[in-house]
Design a protein around this ligand. Structure first.
Ligand SMILES: [Fe+2]
Length: 144
């Protein structure tokens, strides 16, 4: 699959670069194609995988958005919980539905490496992308 990375904010787009980055609004020219970005992270630090591959949980009955149909996507980073420290932390977690960008959760060392998205739309596949300030980009997918 074609993967494009925004050089300004690190946002990833699948298939094609957007007119403007949906996160930081940088123009198309700021996107760089690198279809191997996830493979590169894994190859650089193989032992890091258990602390970086997102774990995805799908919950159909939302207890917050009771009035509407909602699919909850819960994410934690790492089967072994990723540290959240000033020098080493997860910067953001991006959520995609059928490879279309949905939303970003920005993180700081003051929260656990986790995210939650309340999806309005129905789809087939959720993709989660996370960026570690030291170990780069990692992803995981789940059926919804
Ligand atoms: Fe890391």
């Amino acid at each position: 699959m074609n993967i494009f990375i925004c050089k300004v904010c690190g946002h990833i787009e699948f298939n094609a670069a957007p007119g403007n980055c949906p996160v930081c609004y940088a123009p198309k020219e700021k996107f760089e194609q690198n279809d191997k970005i996830f493979i590169e992270s894994e190859e650089k630090s193989k032992e890091a995988a258990p602390k970086h591959i997102p774990l995805i949980q799908i919950i159909r009955e939302c207890h917050l958005i009771k009035e509407q149909k909602c699919t909850d996507v819960l994410v934690r980073i790492g089967e072994v919980l990723h540290p959240m420290e000033e020098k080493h932390y997860i910067m953001f977690i991006d959520c995609y539905l059928d490879y279309k960008y949905i939303s970003r959760v920005m993180l700081t060392p003051d929260v656990w490496a986790s995210g939650l998205y309340h999806l309005k739309k129905e789809g087939k596949k959720v993709t989660i992308v996370e960026r570690c300030n030291i170990h780069g980009f990692w992803m995981a997918e789940a059926s919804v």
